[in-house]
Design a protein around this ligand. Structure first.
Ligand SMILES: [Zn+2]
Length: 298
């Protein structure tokens, strides 16, 4: 059993991905919060894109419930801006626009964290450093992450399965999601040993979507079975490994471990096929969409 420490972070609050008739965005957030309660995880940072509130001002209730449940909010830009398509000025303006939404949630004891959309930090060193300088001037720390199990790939087939009451399929998706999360942790631990000769405190990135609402509890239980200890983002980032600047520049988003692996030119470890492959997920979604269309037309 390989013990590890991990902080949980949740991106794209307050709304992300498809919903189903049974699960609206608010229920997704409430079930996610209740999973944290079950595992006694406190102070989870949710990274907000304020633009959702322009079209759905009622979604502010999700942010209020998040904070009232003892969790915290961070900045993820106002419009989930793709840094490849924005200048430094535009990007910083978008961070600032989001502050207007977040201001009332920031307190003295609350550290300001920023998570880059798509984990894109800049395709030139000049751009990267200019944005970092802006962030540090504004009192932000960068919320790195080391484990990202692509929770979003399960959302669409899951939403369709829930509406069509395809219970066997939901269980198949659940197993696939948990296994892929465990694999990503294994990989992060392995690379951590290779890069730093120890297992660093990890940071999980997930999104506030349907698969998080329905499967996160199983994922976290599987982590606990492996001897996982949940820690805060503040504790994880206080580790010295995160104090070293990793000048990673790329047009592709990479998590902290993958950035270091690329800089050190570590050999890529191939992903084993998931119990449900991406192609299979797309087939499942297509079949369910057809079935759902037949139901609606009859
Ligand atoms: Zn995001």
């Amino acid at each position: 059993m390989k013990k590890f420490k991990i902080a949980i972070t949740v991106d794209d609050l307050p709304l992300y991905g498809p919903t189903s008739e049974l699960y609206n965005h608010r229920q997704i957030a409430l079930d996610t919060i209740s999973t944290f309660e079950k595992h006694e995880i406190k102070g989870v940072y949710g990274f907000v894109n304020g633009h959702h509130l322009e079209k759905n001002p009622q979604a502010e209730i999700i942010l209020n419930e998040w904070v009232l449940s003892g969790h915290k909010l961070g900045n993820h830009t106002f419009s989930h801006l793709d840094l490849r398509e924005a200048t430094v000025q535009e990007f910083c303006k978008d961070i600032e626009a989001n502050e207007k939404i977040l201001e009332k949630y920031f307190t003295d004891v609350h550290c300001k964290y920023f998570r880059y959309p798509y984990l894109l930090e800049g395709e030139t060193l000049q751009k990267r450093n200019a944005i970092r300088e802006y962030l540090f001037d504004k009192g932000y720390a960068v919320a790195q992450c080391t484990v990202d199990y692509r929770d979003f790939v399960w959302n669409e087939p899951l939403a369709l399965s829930v509406d069509l009451q395809e219970y066997a399929l939901i269980e198949k998706l659940r197993t696939g999601c948990v296994e892929s999360a465990l694999y990503r942790v294994d990989l992060a631990q392995l690379l951590s040993q290779q890069l730093f000769n120890r297992d660093i405190p990890h940071i999980l990135l997930i999104h506030i979507g349907l698969s998080t609402a329905m499967f996160l509890n199983d994922v976290l239980s599987a982590f606990v079975e492996r001897g996982c200890e949940f820690i805060s983002l503040e504790e994880a980032l206080s580790d010295e490994v995160y104090q070293v600047d990793t000048p990673f520049i790329s047009t592709m988003g990479r998590n902290f471990i993958a950035q270091n692996a690329e800089i050190r030119k570590l050999e890529r470890i191939p992903f084993p096929p998931l119990p449900v492959t991406f192609e299979e997920l797309e087939d499942i979604s297509q079949q369910l969409r057809r079935k759902s269309f037949v139901f609606q037309s009859t």
